[in-house]
Structures are given as structure tokens and as C-alpha cells.
Design a protein around this ligand. Sequence first.
Ligand SMILES: [Zn+2]
Length: 367
Amino acid sequence: MKKILVLVFFLLMGRAEAAGWSPELRIGLLSGVEEISLQVSAPCIMIDAKSKKTLKKLPANKKITVKAKELKAASVDIRPEKIQLKDLRATIGEREYFGGVRLNVADKKFTVINLVPIEEYLRGVLPEEMSPSYPAEALKAQAVAARSFALKNRDKHKKEGFDLCDKTHCQVYVGTKIFETTDKAVKETFGEILTHKDKLIETSFHADSGGVTENASDVWGRVMPYLVAVKEVFKPVDSWTVKVSLKDFSSRFGDNFGVLKKIELSELKIGKGAKDRTSSGRVDSAQIIGSKKTVKLSGIELRRKFSLPSTLFDIKIDGDNVIFTGYGSGHGVGMSQKGARSYALDGWSYKKILEHYYQDSKLKKLY
Ligand SMILES: [Zn+2]
């Protein structure tokens, strides 16, 4: 009897330890460095990532310096000896991260990679991607979008030896930055992803749609049935203005452009297409007529050239200036974070918010 009880106890222990497990991500942090300072929160082992042979033991809470030229393997992992990876903290330089570390060596230099379970990674990502002061349902929608994005884009940095970088190119991740609200949003959506026809989807998002989102095909030239323009019931309230002097504007088009004479672009009607606008009303193209030359630019090119918040804008020449007036911020594809906030304040659940911005999508528990 006693033996059986002990067995049951260990089985339950095993279950408890497995709880909270999530897929492990490799996040690229640094490259081309010759040495790093490292400290781990619990006893760890340094293993050869290839042969899995233990190279040495690392004590807890002791700062050490690891030099690339002294490493005995091309790739080493630093993992906890007794606890789960999710419960380990590693301080690299001045910054603390969830999980362990992989060091890849080439030409006596390191690529420093954080080995982190996705649920812990999301705790670090969420406060960077959405304000922790946003309502709970908006944060939960963002958590599902960020989780789906991370899993969908795991091969983005394959050539460099990791899954995702820690910058805006992938998702901003600064390690252990803990907020109660964002932690709760990650926890309450544990393992949940968005799918379309049972396949993980590309969950693009942006700061503010300005009243209507955009078709992925109009921005990236790729048709994605779930990333299509949807209207928001909220009227855009904050317009933006960018003022450029006529002289400055003209000079951006080169010496043989001359002086700006006229801009041909139909008037903006949010949510209404035109021959030179996409179905959401965003600028598809505009004719920029100079005294010596006419240039046709896409809305995306104009946005880039003049650092405009979005492509949902009007342009007019006003005396010695060119004035851009527009709405929204970002590419406009997928979920609008500001819209998600408004819907959450209106009582929508995160599921309803996600299904609105990602058409025909379904929430699914992956683990
Ligand atoms: Zn990246």
C-alpha cells in the first residue's frame, strides 16, 4: 500500500511539473560579441548542444564571464539542473531573461540566444507590444495574436541559428519585464492560437486602423482570406497632419523634378475605394506633377518618403506648404490595437475582437 501511495505521489508530482509546459523558442539577442557576463538563478549545467555532453556546472547567483575563444564546443546550452526551464532566470550583461541560454560560436565570436518557453517569452513581449493599462480583453486578444505570430514565424531567422529576434522586425522582447495585467492576459489564454481552416494564421497587427483595416493583398500583394479590410464601428477621432515645405517636398524627387505644381489624388472617404485608392480608402497611388517631370508613387512609397503614420490620407498644396492629413497609424492589416481597446471597453470578449479583425478565424487551444 505504502509503495502504491509513493508511486501515486510521484505520478502526481510528474503531472504538476509538466503543468505549465510550453514549446521552447530560441530568441536571438546578440551577435559578434567576444565575451558575455552571465548569472543564473538556479544551479545549471553547460552542455554541448550537439553531443549533449555536460561540459561544466554553473552555480546559482554567481556572475561569471564566458569567453568565445575558450569555449570547447561550437554550440553550448545552459539549462537548469533540477528545475523546469520556465522557472529559471538568466542575467546576460545587465538584463534578466526567462529561461536558459544558448551560445553559438563562429570565428571566436558569440551569437547569444535565449532558450525560453513561449509562455514566458510572451510575458516579456506583451508589455512592449501593448500598454499594460489597456483593458483585459484587449490584452488577451494581443496575447493570442503575439503567440500565434511567434509560432507562425519560427523560421524567420533559421539561417542565423535562432527562431525570432528581439526587435520590431519580429516582436520586441526585453526579457523579464513583469506587469500583473499582461501576465494575467498570457495566463488566461495559455496555449491559445488563431487558426483558419485548422491552420495557424499570420496575425498581423498595428497601432490604429483609423476606422477601417486593410487587405493584406493591398499592402503585401499576397491574398490572405482572413486578413481583409473590416470597418470599425468607432469613428476615427484623432487625425494627424504632416506639413512639408514646397521646397523640401520638391527636393525629395531629385534635381530633374523641378518645382511641385500639382498632386492628383482623389479625396479620402474612409472605407470607400476609388481608382487611386484601395477598398479601405488608403492611397494606392498618387500623381506628383513637377515643373519638369511627373512621378507616380504608391501610398506605401509616399508614407515611407515623408515618414507618415499611415497611408489613409489626403494631400493638398496650401501656399508654400504641402499638407498631409490622415487617420490611423501603421500598415492597417489585421488587428488594430486602438480598435481592440475600444471594443474591449464596449464589452466585447477577446474572442469576439479576434474574430472581427481576423475574418473566419477560430480560436484553438494548442497545448
Ligand atoms: Zn526578426
